[in-house]
Design a protein around this ligand. Structure first.
Ligand SMILES: O=c1ccn([C@@H]2O[C@H](COP(=O)(O)OP(=O)(O)O[C@H]3O[C@H](CO)[C@H](O)[C@H](O)[C@H]3O)[C@@H](O)[C@H]2O)c(=O)[nH]1
Length: 328
């Protein structure tokens, strides 16, 4: 199958492209390289440009009429930044997604796999969530993702397209073959900051120690990016089955089922590198939440997919990628 991947030069999109290639499929990448890396598209079909550029999307479909589905990963993703620049987040993540949907429908590409987020859930008392948990996003980033889901569900109900929203928990790691990995030189997420602290000999700044969790630090479900990529391949392969039940729209959690606090992640990191990671504690970042982890087995059941990698694997692969990347 031939699949359009928006954001295919980014961390997740490039890994999805590799997983598709490994299964004999052909990814066609559309990325504006605002944060993606051109080197991640080497040897792959690549168009540089904006997802809302109608003539460009039309040209892609004219040149690749065999494309049967789109994976929409392009977007802006940093929670505190979204609090500072909400209009940019709604423009990039919501307005441009709406334009893209129109361009895809015009080209009769009616299967859309959307990169959504578990950050849109309201955590319950035990922080575990499934797809029926209340949706109550607290940051502009998470709200923009929830809004796109609403657009897709409405469009599916009207028969304009079929869509699957994969609600990612927190992706870590790198392609185990190290073709691609995290592209950002200055990442904002917890594991990325730990790695930067480790490489520079600095301290990891633990932001938030008074959450109502078992140790006061925020809880997340860290899923290996390769497992996440495999979930995309599974969703594309089973797309029509997955969307048939929900009237053309399905939302699925993609996590491991294990909650890990930031302190536990620091401990796991220290174990992998063989010495304690120095930590400095401060208050929470704007837009931060206590967090959630997955309790649903629906994704595994419907996609016939299982996460295979541990948090320690994710830390090891991310560290190795960072070492290899530093040499480039
Ligand atoms: O240097 C840091 C960075 C983060 N944290 C803490 O670690 C927890 C996790 O933060 P991340 O930034 O790693 O993860 P978020 O869940 O807040 O956000 C990330 O995961 C989301 C998925 O739920 C989205 O993908 C989003 O784009 C991405 O930024 C938070 O409590 C945060 O305050 C630190 O203690 N120090």
């Amino acid at each position: 199958m031939k699949v359009l991947i928006t954001g295919g030069a980014g961390f997740i999109g490039s890994t999805v492209a590799s997983a598709l290639l490994d299964r004999g499929h052909v990814p066609v990448i559309l990325d504006d390289l605002s944060t993606g890396r051109e080197s991640f598209t080497a040897g792959r079909i690549f168009y540089r440009g904006d997802i809302s550029d109608g003539p460009l999307v039309d040209r892609i479909f004219a040149e690749h009429p065999e494309i049967t589905a789109t994976v929409h990963c392009a977007g802006v993703i940093v929670v505190p930044e979204s609090v500072r620049e909400p209009v940019r987040y709604y423009r990039e993540n919501l307005a441009k997604a709406v334009s893209l949907v129109g361009h895809l429908a015009r080209n009769d590409c009616r299967r859309l796999l959307f990169s959504s987020t578990a950050a849109l859930y309201q955590p319950g008392p035990d922080f575990a969530v499934d797809e029926s948990s209340p949706v109550a996003p607290v940051s502009p980033y998470a709200r923009s993702k929830a809004m796109v889901e609403t657009v897709l569900a409405d469009a599916a109900a009207a028969g304009e397209l079929s869509a699957v929203a994969l609600r990612y928990f927190n992706p870590i790691g790198a392609d185990p073959q190290f073709r691609t990995g995290l592209q950002l030189r200055d990442p904002s997420h917890a594991l990325g900051r730990m790695i930067e602290a480790w490489f520079t000999g600095g301290k990891f700044c633990l932001t938030g120690t008074e959450w109502p969790t078992r140790d006061g630090t925020a809880i997340r479900d860290y899923v290996h990016v390769w497992d996440l990529a495999e979930a995309h391949v599974a969703a594309l392969t089973r797309f029509d089955v997955v969307t048939a039940d929900g009237g053309g729209f399905a939302a699925l959690n993609v996590g491991t089922g294990t909650g890990t606090t930031v302190r536990e992640l620091v401990d796991a990191f220290s174990e992998v590198v063989g010495e304690p990671l120095p930590v400095r504690e401060t208050g929470p970042r704007p837009g931060d939440v206590a967090g959630v982890f997955n309790r649903s087995r629906r994704g595994q059941h419907v996609l016939r997919w299982q996460p295979r990698y541990t948090v320690a694997d994710g830390i090891r692969h991310a560290l190795r990628w960072r070492e290899l990347d530093a040499r480039v």
